[in-house]
Write a protein that binds this ligand. Sequence first.
Ligand code: GRG
Length: 273
Amino acid sequence: MYYSLLAGGKRVRPVAVCLAYDYIAGSPPSDAPEAQLKDHYRDALSLGVSIEMIHTMSLIHDDLPAMDDDDYRRGRLTCHKVYGEDVAILAGDSLLSSSFEYLVREGKASVEPLRLLEVLERLSASVGNLGLAGGQVMDLECEGKPSAEVTLDDLRWIHKHKTGALLNIAVAGGAILGGAGDKTVEDLEVYADKIGLAFQVADDILDCTATSEELGKTAGKDEAVDKATYVRMMGLDGARAEARRLRDEAIQGLGENGGGLKALADFIVNRGN
Ligand code: GRG
């Protein structure tokens, strides 16, 4: 569990929680001392850490021979390569259950109970058949299918669930913990779903333009296994334009304090790994 969780990674989802929290609750001063930052982000980080545990679980399971069968992740050997498939499956399972335990244990002292339950319900839903697991099943089913049999709508469904679900709970959950009402959460979900898709378009582009060293995982995997990707469907230039379009649409409805969330959308489409 620690081997994979502490291997690095960009921590995009915890950052998204904190930025959505700030969008509602206000940002701390830029020169705030660490103790003040810890206090400000206490509730947001309960969720951020818990989502990062789920994300890491999904990477461990995704890399297993029965799924994508990868040897490298986050710049080091994958969990099953070091500890064996049996332990890797169990490490993933334990990260999943620990994530819920962590959220409730850390959150219950300060978060209003109904808000915590709302976040917990959304977090649980993000993992199941209409979240990570459902998206992954559809992705596996489309692998190897001729391009003509996979539509752009299929691809969007896969990535809304497989990649977008955790960004949705990160943004919506951060906002709920910050005190947002239903309408604001709904509006922010539009932002989250757009950056979730943009994240995956950027991932597909990087898979065929970046090196394995830059990515910390095997590059060029999508083409090798004939995966349905935005690049395969739209070409490289088309995918780049799609990422920019999604980024523009995502930030459209943000209010004047949306600087942090806008910067996150920019990072997601311009990242180098
Ligand atoms: C076991 C219930 C259960 C669910 C897991 C394996 C699986 C089902 C889903 C796979 C989900 C998956 C791996 C989606 C890919 C999302 C993605 C683009 C990951 C890369 O995220 P980054 O770039 O990685 O943020 P770092 O390492 O930076 O954190």
